[in-house]
Design a protein around this ligand. Structure first.
Ligand code: WT7
Length: 692
């Protein structure tokens, strides 16, 4: 039978534990849909027999070696890549324990390499020059293009030559503000080729956010395009860049050049505002350069990129990744978590403006010589079937996407899915937030026809690559669990006081030891790096996530435990939204919390206190939301504004967010003890105004 009761226990966190006997419902991959009663989805023998890691035992063997002999484990993998000069024998060195001095992480120190060379030249030299590197699908159905590895290298070299020619040198920052055109991965790779540090800013961020990032990393050059169509909306990217640059120049910043790609289908160059001397059309200069270029060989620990992300307080943090460790880690995690084979066609729906697009659109897949689909548009444009049309058009085998997209398409109904074959699909992936079991089942049963394992990958901008994720074919999955740690990763769950918890437990997720993809610092603020990540639980890296481990050793992520909210997989600091709200002249104080949202995972709920005498109105509500759109970007717009003449504070003036979260989610019977508030009446007042 396809459904069976099994005895089951996998304890990778503690190899010495005895094997308890308990039973679980299970279903076999490809045999029957997963129902609500099924805790486990077993890989089929057919899938496992072709998988890179065909069994749990083989995983355990590899995992054991990866933590007991990291030098041997990672050296064997790193040796498959090109190094101009081998690293010093140690592979890893550094200190993670703040009690013993500064945190400094180093992998493959002394090694000399180049990640662009390893993505492109190395794959071409091994005979894959004619293989498709990028299938590009435009916003409008029918608009498409492709590049082979050889053609991609030529385009990368032309841009690299141009950048060098205008004076960009190793270690200089280049800010990239582009939508999902082929030019985006081309720009990233060109920077890497010449040793420049790219900082991609998601093209949904506002001018003020771009300016903030410019002021922080002081790029030599900015690369953008004039405009883009996203769905049926035209977005003037160059205008956003122009106002960001105007703002930065008031801070005394001056830019070498603003290289602008003319995205003709969206907008002709004649309609684009232009600053002569500063602005340069990509098409006028880049194609004139030679299609070959020298590689800048860099140290394994030389910076590769900066990517800004939100924290619980203050301004965005510039997460810095270096070259060697990140290269080995993004390549290896991609290969194993998607069970990658040379014939695969891989599509990741994330934008290169986020870490997912860095590690799993550009670097991880290309280091493996994979064929990658890059899609410019919205997944539901012109209709909710577009994603599956793309899967069928390119015969996508590996699809990596986010729970929010799964949930939004789930709402549109199965008919949009069933119109398409989707037969090519082999492995599905999920990232960005915990995937709720019902979305998991729909993804598994409907999109994958109960045939494709789902890799639910838990990781972060800071970790560079997957940390906890299923290896398809190696073990049974549980809907909603990211399952077990990747090679070399030692998760620990700690309590409030930092004690490591054993066996079945829940608490704060930390990582013991280091892994090659770990970020090395926050740009220009090493102290904040140590304070935010290494001081909360000394001796460990603290993820900011809550987590539990069940009796079988499976890990279940439960969401952020700090003041970070996760909206459609986008990480937003409540402090940033609050600071945008109080920048509005009528708002004196704001407190932002996350609330459950059916599609977005979390929604943004903002309590606002207005200036003396200012009445709350619909018009004011709109202008408060506009302030957030302007300061951060449309994706951070609050879902709800709650007028708060007063906020619940302790006598020392600290806002009690716990109470605000309960009010926001209307769990009014769970407000808890409010007697320690400076003014307990504000709670009743807030409740009375909830639907104002
Ligand atoms: C936060 C990191 C890593 C790429 C996308 C987001 C949440 C991410 C999962 C998952 C549960 C997840 C965590 C994490 N998260 N993936 N599979 N299961 N939670 O990167 O912007 O750095 O956000 O996203 O809360 O801390 P990011």
């Amino acid at each position: 039978t396809s459904r069976s009761m099994v005895n089951f226990y996998y304890p990778p966190h503690n190899l010495g534990l005895p094997k308890p006997k308990h039973q679980l419902n299970a279903v076999l991959l490809g045999q029957a849909p997963a129902s609500e009663e099924d805790d486990l989805v077993f890989p089929s023998p057919e899938f496992s027999s072709q998988a890179l890691v065909p069994s749990f035992n083989q995983y355990m063997e590899m995992y054991k070696r990866s933590v007991e002999d990291p030098a041997g484990f990672w050296s064997d993998i790193a040796a498959q890549f090109y190094w101009k000069c081998r690293w010093d024998p140690s592979v890893y060195s550094g200190n993670l324990d703040v009690r013993k001095g500064n945190v400094n992480i180093k992998w493959f120190e002394g090694g000399i390499t180049n990640i662009c060379y390893n993505c492109l030249d190395r794959n071409i030299e091994s005979g894959n020059g004619d293989k498709i590197a990028i299938y590009w699908e435009g916003n409008e159905p029918g608009a498409d293009a492709s590049l082979t590895y050889t053609q991609l290298l030529q385009r990368v070299c032309q841009l690299a030559n141009y950048l060098k020619d205008i004076g960009v040198k190793k270690g200089d920052a280049v800010l990239i503000y582009l939508p999902m055109l082929m030019e985006l991965p081309i720009a990233m790779l060109a920077c890497a080729r010449i040793g420049a540090i790219h900082s991609v800013v998601f093209a949904g961020f506002s001018a003020e956010s771009v300016a903030q990032r410019i002021n922080d990393c002081k790029p030599k050059v900015l690369i953008t395009c004039n405009a883009v169509m996203r769905g049926s909306k035209l977005i003037h990217l160059k205008q956003i860049v122009d106002s960001a640059l105007t703002e930065s120049s008031q801070n005394g910043f001056s830019l070498g050049a603003c290289l602008t790609y003319e995205n003709k289908p969206a907008m002709k160059r004649e309609a684009t505002e232009w600053q002569v001397g500063r602005d340069v059309w990509w098409q006028d200069v880049v194609p004139k350069y030679p299609t070959t270029s020298e590689v800048e060989w860099v140290d394994a620990e030389d910076p590769l990129f900066l990517l800004y992300t939100s924290g619980s307080t203050g301004k965005p943090k510039g997460v810095l990744h270096t070259t060697g460790g990140y290269m080995i880690y993004s390549a290896t995690t991609f290969k194993y978590a998607f069970d990658y084979k040379a014939e695969d066609v891989y599509w990741c729906t994330a934008d290169c403006g986020w870490i997912t697009g860095h590690s799993y659109v550009t670097y991880g897949p290309m280091l493996n010589g994979a064929t990658v689909v890059v899609y410019e548009g919205a997944p539901n444009y012109p209709d909710p079937g577009r994603s599956w049309a793309i899967v069928d058009k390119y015969k996508v085998t590996l699809l990596y996407t986010a729970p929010t997209l799964v949930r939004s398409l789930m709402r549109e109904g199965n008919e949009h899915v069933n119109r398409y074959s989707r037969k090519s699909l082999r492995v599905l992936g999920s990232v960005g937030e915990p995937i709720n079991p019902s979305a998991w089942r729909w993804f598994y049963n409907v999109i994958g026809d109960s045939r494709c394992p789902i890799s639910d990958t838990w990781w972060q901008t800071e970790t560079g690559g997957f940390m906890i994720a299923p290896l398809p074919g190696a073990w049974p999955q549980k809907p909603g669990s990211a399952t077990f740690p990747f090679f070399g990763v030692q998760p620990v769950i700690v309590d409030d006081k930092g004690n490591e918890l054993e066996g079945e437990c829940s608490g704060y997720l930390c990582i013991k030891g280091s892994w090659p993809g770990a970020f090395r610092t926050l740009f220009g603020d090493h102290e904040r790096y140590e304070t935010a990540y290494f001081k909360p639980f000394p001796g460990y890296y603290f993820s900011g996530d809550g987590c539990s481990r069940d009796k079988d050793g499976y890990y279940w992520l439960t969401g952020r435990v700090d003041d970070v909210i996760n909206v459609s997989g986008h990480r937003i600091g409540t402090a940033e939204v609050e600071s945008a709200l109080v920048s509005h002249s009528h708002c004196t104080e704001a407190a932002v919390v996350g609330v459950e949202h059916e599609v977005k995972g979390q929604g943004i709920y903002a309590f606002v206190t207005l200036a003396e005498g200012v009445p709350y109105s619909e018009e004011l509500r709109k202008s408060l939301i506009l302030a957030v759109r302007k300061q951060i970007g449309a994706f951070a717009a609050p879902d709800k504004i709650h007028w708060a003449p007063g906020l619940p504070k302790t006598r020392s003036g600290k806002i009690m967010r716990r109470i605000l979260r309960k009010i926001a989610s209307r769990q009014l019977d769970e407000l808890g003890d409010t007697s320690s508030l400076a003014d307990p009446n504000v709670v009743d007042q807030l409740i009375a105004l909830a639907d104002h």
